[in-house]
Design a binder for this molecule. Structure first.
Ligand SMILES: Nc1ncnc2c1ncn2[C@@H]1O[C@H](COP(=O)(O)OP(=O)(O)OP(=O)(O)O)[C@@H](O)[C@H]1O
Length: 268
């Protein structure tokens, strides 16, 4: 596997009873890029995400991360390997402040041994200082200073999405999985989200693998796109190439709006 490939999925399939949710799908995610999975509802995008986070096991195929097989790793090792994710439905501690959520997020992924923690050794102190510094850096990057001491439950939905993104970044991932970052956001908030994703790529150099429906966001931030339908790969390439692909436009029978959105983006 070439050095510039961070994650490689080879001929992966997943079957749930009679449903072949993912059927012989292969793709590579290059270091430093934003790679996006698109496709109509039920295409298999979330299942691919859940394979990478080790929530599911593939029925067939392999996933390799930094040259090592990922599918032999237990789910709790994923964060330590350098993979962080956000969820379609935000998962944060509602009754803790933004700062605490970020510190907890950081802490659960960077544990020292029980002995060092009990005696608060130099190593633990250094880790605590590093955690604080990282959290402050992320608060600055995502412009969350104003909300740092606010309880998550009291924040508007759009800000909570940014906090969830911040929590994932505090673990200093090599690969960030974003599950529908624009879901529930209005147009202006989606524009802000595009801006944060670009900053994460350019300023932190983090590779992003995203599932997203909003084609404006997809076109703005993605280097490459993989379109899926009914568990299979329909097309892959730049956002423009994929959106102009006849099979992709055909696969969006849902609403006229979806299709015209795709055509509009492809024509830009
Ligand atoms: N745990 C499960 N058990 C049984 N079937 C499942 C499970 N997870 C997903 N599926 C099925 O697998 C197929 C792919 O679903 P998946 O959620 O991956 O699609 P998706 O592209 O993420 O869709 P959406 O855009 O609606 O989130 C669907 O037919 C779905 O019903």
């Amino acid at each position: 596997m070439s050095d510039d490939i961070l994650l490689s999925a080879g001929n992966i399939s997943v079957r749930f009873g009679g449903v072949l949710a993912v059927n012989d799908v292969s793709f590579d995610v290059r270091r430093g890029e934003v790679f996006t999975l698109i496709g109509p509802n039920g295409a298999g995008k979330t299942t691919v995400f859940n394979l990478i986070s080790r929530i599911y096991n593939p029925t067939a195929g392999s996933i390799v991360f930094e040259g090592k097989p990922l599918t032999t790793q237990p789910p709790h090792r994923i964060a330590a390997l350098g993979i962080a994710r956000t969820f379609q439905n935000i998962e944060l501690f509602e009754h803790a402040s933004v700062l605490h959520n970020l510190l907890i997020g950081r802490h659960t992924h960077h544990r020292s041994g029980i002995f060092s923690e009990m005696f608060f050794t130099g190593k633990v102190r250094a880790a605590e200082i590093a955690a604080r510094e990282k959290v402050e850096q992320v608060i600055d990057l995502l412009d969350l200073q104003h909300h740092r001491d606010t309880m998550v439950a009291g924040l508007p939905y759009g800000v909570r999405k940014v906090v969830e993104l911040a929590r994932a970044l505090c673990t200093e991932p090599k690969l960030l999985l974003l599950d529908e970052p624009s879901s529930g956001l209005n147009v202006e908030e989606t524009g802000d989200m595009a801006f944060w994703i670009q900053d994460i790529k350019h300023e932190l150099g983090i590779t992003v693998l995203m599932v997203e429906h909003d084609m404006t966001l997809v076109s703005k931030v993605s280097d490459r796109v993989l379109a899926m339908n009914r568990g299979e790969v329909l097309a892959s390439g730049t956002p423009r190439e994929v959106q102009a692909h006849p099979g992709v436009i055909e696969a969006y029978p849902g609403t006229a709006e979806d299709v015209s959105g795709l055509r509009r983006e492809a024509a830009r």
